[in-house]
Design a protein around this ligand. Structure first.
Ligand code: GLN
Length: 486
């Protein structure tokens, strides 16, 4: 048995499981031991579902005897705590849902269970997925395994940190404006935000419904393809899920990049961007060129600078509507007071953290009578322009390549009191959600030992193109093989 069980990818672990050199119970135990060893430093887990995991692993071991056992059978997975798990606490890292135990599974959880993956726990996050550093969790702060004094990114910071620190083989995150890709970049793992509608949102606690998507965080691109095979597809319980057929995403790996047209939008190399990040991404794009891709270094997407403003009108507006349901009556925390109004007010006052309240206030203001046309409606119009600009670009290019974030992971506490600075960490990822496009972040270098992520974007349902480019790049570099010293 290899001694690095907690560094294996899905495909490596699958081989060992299939050939009976390893059992899922052994693999799961190795992860549970690793969790108990490093969690006191990383704090990625809200809940460790050890009993459930070992039970699932036992069942998986029986199924592995079967020839047809799929690639996820017996593989540990961590689920972001914004995704409902039947019988397992789902907190959204919020006081208001601290003790909520959902009576049903999200579709993605059902699908992973049907694949016999082993659910090892629930991941910490920014409260209700609002944030870029996981410092907005009402429960505790997660640390970056590459430097414990720095943030892992957010909002799926627990998911990304756990994959990087060897506490799970893969994880699920959700991405409304960058929450899968930015932490993936900060922790040097692979994170894909699928096309809006590609993966069912049923059972994902809603933040901004027109932007949210669930996606995988993995150790390499081949694993990302395997998990996408399991997650993608139409779901009658999510009317925004797309009826498009699901390809086998592993078929596009090991492909040649000759003839692939890649555009580099200059607006994504923003002012104030860390020089090492810009340089690393330019070097990485040079590598794509050596692999046969045709690069256009001079693409312009002039509406890009408006994306941040559009996002911070649309996302809070939708959030303010979605969060109206937490009133202390239906479920979650409830403050008991003599009057109904007082009860509702105090429930929300004590139940929500500062960032969540800020978003609710921004959203209710933008949607209020007299301001609706000036803010919300205007933002929707600009959203259309941004989308159109991407449509036009994808007539000429198969993919666009940018940095995932303007900086390497920042220090804990550095931006938490300055929301505008924090919002800027998502300038490169937000436009993608606004346009509903798929995009991946893959490891593309380091600056002073801190990870740098490269973002590859394609047209709607262009996940195969993204995976093809990402895989070719990854296989020609060593970045994805580095592990943090923890
Ligand atoms: N950081 C962005 C925000 O705070 C995006 C979060 C996300 O993608 N869930 O809204």
């Amino acid at each position: 048995m290899p001694d690095n069980l907690t560094e294996l990818t899905i495909h490596e672990a699958h081989k060992l499981l299939k050939s009976r050199q390893l059992s899922s119970v052994e693999l799961t135990r190795a992860y549970l031991e690793r969790i108990s060893r490093v969690e006191s430093e990383i704090h990625a887990f809200v809940t460790v579902t050890d009993e459930l995991a070992l039970k699932q692993a036992e069942v998986a071991d029986c199924l592995l005897a079967d020839d047809g056992a799929g690639p996820l059978v017996g593989i540990p997975v961590l689920i972001k705590d914004v995704i409902c798990t039947r019988g397992v606490r789902t907190t959204c890292s919020s006081r208001i849902l601290e003790n909520l135990v959902p009576p049903y599974d999200a579709t993605v959880v059902e699908k992973l269970k049907a694949c016999q993956a082993v659910i090892i726990g629930k991941a910490n996050m920014d409260e209700f997925a609002m944030g870029s550093s996981t410092e907005n969790s009402a429960l505790f702060i997660t640390r970056n395994p590459w430097d414990l004094g720095r943030v892992p990114g957010g909002s799926s910071g627990g998911s990304a940190a756990a994959v990087a620190a060897g506490e799970t083989v893969f994880a699920l995150g959700s991405d409304t404006g960058g929450s899968i890709r930015q932490p993936a970049g900060f922790c040097s793992v692979v994170g894909l935000k699928p096309t809006y509608g590609r993966v069912s949102r049923y059972g994902l606690v809603a933040f901004a419904s027109s932007l949210d998507q669930i996606g995988p965080l993995t150790r390499d691109v081949a694993d990302c393809a395997l998990v996408m095979n399991a997650l993608a597809g139409y779901d009658r319980r999510d009317s925004t899920s797309a009826p498009q057929p699901v390809p086998d995403y592993t078929q596009c790996l090991n492909a040649d990049l000759r003839g692939i047209r890649v555009g580099v939008p200059k607006e994504y190399f923003v002012e104030g961007m860390q020089a090492e990040v810009a340089t690393a991404i330019k070097v990485a794009i040079g590598q794509l060129e050596r692999l046969g891709a045709e690069i256009d270094w001079e693409v312009s997407l002039p509406h890009t600078p408006y994306a941040l403003a559009v996002y911070y009108i649309i996302a809070p507006s939708e959030a303010s509507a979605n969060l109206a349901r937490y009133d202390g009556v239906k479920y979650g925390f409830s403050y008991q007071a003599p009057s109904m109004w007082e009860s509702m007010e105090k429930t929300r006052q004590y139940g929500f953290g500062a960032e969540v309240k800020r978003r609710i206030m921004l959203g209710t203001y933008a949607l209020s009578a007299g301001y609706y046309d000036a803010y919300y409606l205007k933002a929707q119009k600009v959203r259309t322009l941004i989308r159109r600009e991407f449509d036009q670009a994808f007539e000429k290019y198969d993919a666009l390549v940018t940095p995932t974030s303007p900086t390497v992971p920042f220090r804990i506490g550095e931006k938490v009191d300055d929301p505008l600075q924090m919002y800027l960490s998502d300038v490169c990822t937000l436009p993608i959600n606004i346009a509903g496009l798929p995009a991946i972040s893959i490891p593309a270098g380091f600056a002073d030992g801190l990870p740098i992520g490269m973002q590859i974007i394609s047209k709607p349902f262009g996940e195969e193109t993204i995976l093809k480019i990402a895989h070719a790049y990854e296989q020609s570099t060593e970045w994805h093989k580095r592990r943090p010293n923890i």
